[in-house]
Design a protein around this ligand. Structure first.
Ligand SMILES: N[C@@H](CCC(=O)N[C@@H](CS)C(=O)NCC(=O)O)C(=O)O
Length: 206
């Protein structure tokens, strides 16, 4: 059985968990807060969560995990079979991950843990975040899902990247990151009711 390492409050742990549920795979959750201890780094070389264990072997990075799960259990398909559409899905995933979530994360210590970040960091975060959300907006072209009529991996990344970035933008800059993004808002509303995502949310409260 697949083991999922991390803690439930993590957005990327929640994403990996939602994908395991979506794919109908059996898995066991192992509580493992991030650490730089050697036994943790064996599972996840940057000491981050999530990581999974399969037959005694480890895999970290949510996108690597998502790719593995897609190959392991192709149905329901979350990365389109068409090569170009598959590329477009991963393109959108990468921009949400790298140009929105990861950028907002620079100010996470101040917003969530009252650990001040520098004025320089705040300024670069604000401008990079505005650029990142515009980039994502250009690619977020579908309805009712991010890329059209079919649910894809991009919808899961939207669900677990955009709300975190939005809370940080609100807490740090009083900025409503999604104010002019009705498509993103509609996807977040739809995904909040999606069964695997709901289960993750319910179990997070336990
Ligand atoms: N690129 C990684 C990011 C994972 C990540 O940022 N995890 C956070 C929790 S949501 C973490 O472990 N942070 C602890 C740390 O940075 O030391 C992925 O996609 O899995």
């Amino acid at each position: 059985m697949i083991k999922l390492y991390g803690i439930r409050m993590s957005n990327y742990y929640s994403l990996a968990k939602a994908l395991l549920i979506e794919k109908g795979l059996d898995f066991e959750e192992v509580k493992a807060p991030p650490s730089q201890d050697e036994d943790y780094l064996v599972r996840s070389p940057m000491g981050k969560m999530p990581a999974i264990e399969v037959d005694g072997k480890f895999l970290s990075e949510s996108l690597a995990i998502a790719t593995y799960l897609e190959k392991l259990r192709p149905s329901p398909r979350l990365i389109p079979e068409d090569p170009f559409e598959a590329g477009k899905t991963l393109e959108l995933v990468c921009h949400m991950k790298l140009d929105v979530e990861l950028v907002a994360r620079r100010c996470l210590p101040e917003v969530f843990f009252k650990q001040p970040v520098s004025e320089e960091t705040k300024a670069s975060t604000k401008s990079d975040l505005q650029k990142g959300i515009k980039a994502v907006s250009r690619l977020f072209i579908g309805e009712p899902y991010a890329l059209g009529e079919t649910l894809t991996l991009a919808d899961f990344y939207a669900c677990y990247c955009l709300p975190l970035a939005s809370s940080i933008a609100q807490g740090m800059f009083s900025m409503d990151l999604l104010a002019d993004q009705p498509r993103m808002q509609a996807v977040l509303t739809k995904m909040a009711e999606h069964p695997s995502v709901r289960r993750v949310g319910e179990e997070q409260k336990q």
